[in-house]
Design a protein around this ligand. Structure first.
Ligand SMILES: Cc1cc2nc3c(=O)[nH]c(=O)nc-3n(C[C@H](O)[C@H](O)[C@H](O)COP(=O)(O)OP(=O)(O)OC[C@H]3O[C@@H](n4cnc5c(N)ncnc54)[C@H](O)[C@@H]3O)c2cc1C
Length: 283
């Protein structure tokens, strides 16, 4: 796995929309460019992410924007709202940052922003952070997630080492949401169609059906927090995969916006860890 890079990078970047278009009916690709990306760089990790900044209702972001000053000087309800998005691609020569947004309906900030994005629109963001890239010494890889993790999974697939077997299992709403992945011949890609089932139900079943791995498995598992918890239990408790070979976390939570999910995430993770320790006999 790659070394974790500072998720709370303080540099604020200003991206200008160069291009925005649907990749699939519910995935919108926004390419950001402009001089405001002069200090941006990414590449060590395949799960690099940025924190997009949206003004709190009824406010504008102060110019020039300084996140530390904003937090020091403004009441909490006026702090900008943050939304976390993967660096799907970064082209330093063209100075272009590609971000893929799930358009999950009219609720929220980032999904609707992407749906309305037009060339020339601007957005401020922090980052990048990141913590994963496929380990070159793993004997087998597993990449599993929903649409929110697909940008990181797609970027990771491009860096899977030749000759090492890998399973990629992605749950999407239906066949129209599948994307072409740049996978080498040793990579088995499975698309799970959610249909009317709850998010993650089909994905958990598909990963379980792979069977316990032989050899040193490294896994990247992200998406809705409820199914991530189930897959973590499968990998850690049932299959005995060591913690340090897993990149595993909830990217979002049904029924919570990102502010709510992030506020409760530490407690959620502590609960997951307690459960796991008890199941592994360490509690
Ligand atoms: C490290 C990291 C990387 C991420 N990368 C990406 C990425 O590249 N692309 C991406 O689309 N998302 C990504 N996410 C997830 C994204 O941050 C959340 O989905 C976020 O909540 C979306 O913000 P929003 O303003 O659109 O909706 P919010 O205001 O946060 O939520 C509004 C409502 O929509 C629901 N909701 C949120 N996300 C989804 C979803 N994906 N499907 C269905 N319902 C949803 C919430 O439960 C809530 O009810 C990433 C998250 C993390 C932590």
């Amino acid at each position: 796995m790659a070394e974790r890079t500072g998720g709370r990078g303080r540099a604020v970047h200003r991206g200008r929309v160069v291009h925005a278009a649907h990749v699939t009916p519910h995935m919108i690709r926004v390419v950001l460019g402009g001089d405001g990306l002069a200090a941006f760089d990414a590449g060590a990790c395949t799960d690099h992410y940025v924190k997009l900044l949206f003004p709190a209702p009824g406010t504008d972001l102060p110019e020039p924007f300084d996140i530390d000053a904003a937090r020091r000087d403004l009441p909490r309800d006026q702090w900008p709202r943050m939304r976390t998005y993967t660096v799907r691609a970064w082209d330093p020569a063209a100075r272009e940052l590609t971000v893929d947004f799930v358009h999950h309906g009219d609720r929220g900030l980032a999904g609707p922003w992407a749906a309305a994005a037009r060339p020339g629109d601007e957005i401020l963001f922090l980052g990048p952070g990141g913590g994963y890239a496929p380990a070159p010494d793993a004997e087998r890889h597993l990449l599993a997630g929903d649409e929110s993790a697909l940008p990181a999974i797609a970027a990771s697939v491009e860096r899977l080492p030749e000759g090492v077997p890998a399973d990629v299992v992605v749950e999407v709403a239906g066949p129209a949401e599948e994307q072409k992945l740049a996978a080498h011949s040793g990579v088995r890609v499975q698309w799970v169609h959610r249909g009317d089932r709850p998010v993650g139900e089909g994905l958990v079943a598909a990963v379980r059906a792979l069977g316990a791995p032989t050899g040193d498995l490294h896994a990247f598992v992200h998406g809705e927090a409820g199914f991530v918890r189930e897959l973590r239990r499968l990998l850690r408790v049932e299959w005995g995969v060591p913690r340090e070979r897993l990149s595993i976390s909830g990217y979002w939570r049904t029924g919570s916006d990102e502010d709510g999910w992030q506020a409760g995430k530490a407690e959620w993770n502590a609960g997951v860890e307690r459960e796991e320790a008890a199941a592994l006999g360490g509690a």
